[in-house]
Write a protein that binds this ligand. Structure first.
Ligand SMILES: [Mn+2]
Length: 324
């Protein structure tokens, strides 16, 4: 199987959550680690616990290291943070976890707010109005230049690629979300496909820098990001896609809300068929779910419906294209 459905969990996921994931026919989990959990013993214990539910860690990440202000903005303490990142690569490599995630957005995902939208039937999902997001104040005290941000990325790559190579752990680079050229005074690294080409060049074409192809981000920017179908074919053929975020939105910017796959503006079945036709070899997840309802199984419960729907589209696409 070239596309492997996955769900994201924290190490604190209860046993019944793991059983629920197993019963959904999911084999792979993306493991969210807290900084203090990045040790060989901890990851090994997680692997053993997950194995009891026939689950495997397809990748792992640590949010404070994935979205790190000091590294992204080149603050005085960045070398210490990069050292922590390298230590994470070593721990993951020794545990045979094949990749981790990076997203060059020191302020994380920017949205207007969470709200029940026109398409969510009362579900609380993320809503984004470009005018409101662009009006947010400077987040880092001053405006940064594009060259500074790319220089910081190059500095990071030069210091982590040797460790990534030594331990054979790849990095999946996620676009800035929303994919706008500059947010809160900080230029975005990845807001169209040309940016990806520049990032890959910073890694000297190393296979250890790959892509987290977030369909949601491509759809948020519309044609301004790139030709989604062509990019799926191109980057699948290059083996650059390590992970797919299978997410729909109501419309391209300037205003969108995050929707169920079947409710947004894109034809998600056509997109799934493009990944299957391209023999994309990657894990695939729904990215974001609606906010969990109390008593309904937390994030795993909230993600279950959309994950099942995604699996259905994948199964249908494989049958239609004769790739079962
Ligand atoms: Mn995403």
């Amino acid at each position: 199987m070239s596309l492997r459905p996955q769900m994201t969990i924290a190490a604190a996921e209860p046993e019944e959550g793991l059983a629920f994931i197993q019963q959904m026919g999911i084999r792979y989990v993306s493991l969210m680690l807290k900084p203090e959990e990045i040790t060989e013993d901890f990851v090994k214990a997680q692997q053993e616990r997950l194995a009891r539910y026939n689950l495997e860690i397809s990748d792992a990440f640590c949010t404070p290291l994935q979205k790190n202000k000091s590294i992204h903005l080149g603050l005085p303490d960045r070398d210490g943070e990069i050292e922590k990142f390298n230590r994470m690569l070593e721990v993951l490599g020794r545990a045979k976890v094949p990749f981790t995630s990076i997203a060059w957005q020191p302020d994380g995902i920017l949205r207007t707010d969470w709200r029940a939208g026109a398409h969510t039937r009362g579900g609380i999902s993320m809503y984004c109005d470009q005018a409101e997001v662009l009006a947010k104040p400077l987040s880092a005290g001053r405006e940064y230049t594009e060259e500074e941000i790319w220089g910081n990325f190059q500095y990071f790559m030069d210091r982590v690629l040797p460790t990534a190579e030594k331990y054979q752990v790849a990095m999946a680079l996620h676009p800035n979300d929303p994919p706008l050229a500059c947010l809160t005074g900080v230029p975005s690294l990845i807001w169209n496909t040309q940016c990806y080409e520049r990032a890959f060049a910073c890694a000297h074409g190393s296979p250890l820098l790959g892509m987290k192809l977030c369909v949601g981000c491509w759809l948020e920017a519309g044609d301004a990001f790139g030709d989604l179908m062509a990019d799926i074919a191109k980057y699948s053929a290059q083996g650059k896609i390590l992970c797919v975020h299978f997410r729909n939105v109501s419309a391209p910017l300037p205003v969108f809300e995050e929707t169920l796959a079947e409710d947004g503006y894109a034809d998600m079945y056509a997109i799934m068929k493009a990944f299957v036709a391209a023999d994309c070899h990657a894990v695939i997840s729904i990215d974001h779910a609606f906010r969990p309802l109390p008593g309904m199984g937390g994030m795993t419960g909230a993600a279950a419906y959309s994950t099942g729907y995604m699996k259905g589209l994948l199964e249908a696409a494989r049958r239609e294209l004769g790739k079962v």
